[in-house]
Design a protein around this ligand. Structure first.
Ligand code: DAH
Length: 350
């Protein structure tokens, strides 16, 4: 019997050193320790022995069982270590001091200008709000002093859902909700309403180099006691000078929008010639950028704010237009094209 144990150990040692992978080792474990394995067979042979012999032999087989199990575990650890090393060696070298790969993606130019504007307004205490793309007729028009059949609706024809809701034709559609959200803090705590809300807008529009059915705007409002047109000019000038990284002159021309009174078109000094006149600004020295105005009393009322006590300004910055101006994009359709050739050349220059 003792010889059998010695032979079995020898055989096991030979097999273990020849075994080169984890799966084969598993087979060896079954061959020796499994229900029909060689060690288990030895135990079965005990039935032919005397009681005294059974005791010593049983002990030896148990020791053998432990030894076999330990050896297999040890070999298993060895093999796992080797397999891991092999895997690691097969991996490409990673140098932490290398600059990031140039193949990574880039932000869309509209995202870039949106983020720049948000950063500037945030630093001036404005909250950045997100608003749904699907809105009601009330939010998009009625609450903005544009009743049914008002001619101003013609320019804002958009896409209607079967339930009567619509895809917002301008970010002004969020104004009513913003006033309602912040009015209590304004009245009870004296906190001015200062919010911007960038968003995607839609219009039923024939597309060409300057028109798209999908574009981005960023609306901004500020409401408090004694807000005047000079507050509007200050905030716009500061924001635009930051975004364009140069001192920007602004001017206001009268403009009509039913939700502001008075309403303006805000122009900025030409980015190319600085105001001297060049082909880009049609020799006027000015570029039209952002409609704005003092919020109409009816609009404040619809938002639950007393126009006798509070005033405010609102503006609707065309983010798409801003991105085109900042990055010299000539055709608006390139921005929605998904063409990486056009879109991946812009980087955040912050
Ligand atoms: N919502 C207007 C549009 O898309 C733009 C606009 C004009 C927004 C005047 C304003 C504003 O906030 O005061 O045509």
């Amino acid at each position: 019997m003792d010889e059998k144990i010695i032979d079995l150990k020898k055989e096991l040692d030979g097999e273990l050193s020849a075994c080169e992978n984890v799966a084969d080792l598993e087979n060896i474990r079954v061959k020796y320790l499994g229900k029909k394995g060689s060690v288990t067979d030895l135990l079965k042979e005990m039935k032919n022995l005397s009681n005294e012999e059974k005791k010593t032999f049983g002990q030896k087989v148990n020791e053998l069982k432990n030894e076999v199990s330990d050896k297999i575990t040890e070999r298993m650890n060895d093999l796992k270590k080797k397999e891991l090393e092999k895997e690691l060696n097969a991996m490409p070298e990673f140098d932490v001091s290398m600059p990031p790969s140039l193949d990574r993606g880039s932000y869309h130019p509209i995202t870039l200008v949106q983020r720049q504007c948000e950063a500037v307004f945030k630093s001036m205490g404005f909250a950045v709000e997100d608003y749904s793309e699907v809105v009601t007729d009330y939010e998009c028009f009625e609450a903005l002093n544009i009743p049914k059949h008002h001619p101003a609706r013609d320019m804002q024809d958009t896409y209607y859902l079967e339930n009567g809701q619509l895809l917002k034709s301008h970010t002004s559609a969020a104004q009513n909700a913003i006033y309602k959200k912040y009015k209590d803090a304004l009245v009870n705590e004296g906190k001015p309403i200062k919010a911007i809300f960038p968003g995607r807008c839609f219009r039923n529009e024939a597309t060409d180099a300057c028109h798209e059915n999908t574009f981005f705007q960023m609306e901004g409002v500020m409401v408090d006691k004694d807000i005047s047109i000079s507050s509007l000019i200050f905030f716009m000038k500061t924001m635009l000078s930051e975004v364009f990284k140069k001192d920007i002159k602004v001017r206001l021309r009268p403009g009509f929008f039913p939700f502001v009174e008075p309403g303006f078109e805000l122009d900025i000094s030409c980015l190319i010639c600085g105001g001297d006149g060049c082909p880009s600004c049609k020799h006027s020295g000015w570029l039209e950028l952002c409609p704005c105005g003092m919020i109409h009393p009816e609009v404040l009322k619809a938002g639950g704010i007393d126009p006798e006590e509070y005033t405010g300004f609102a503006f609707g910055l065309g983010l798409t237009r801003l991105a085109m101006m900042k990055y010299g994009v000539k055709d608006i359709r390139d921005l929605n094209s998904g063409s990486l050739k056009s879109l991946s050349q812009f980087t955040d220059d912050e």
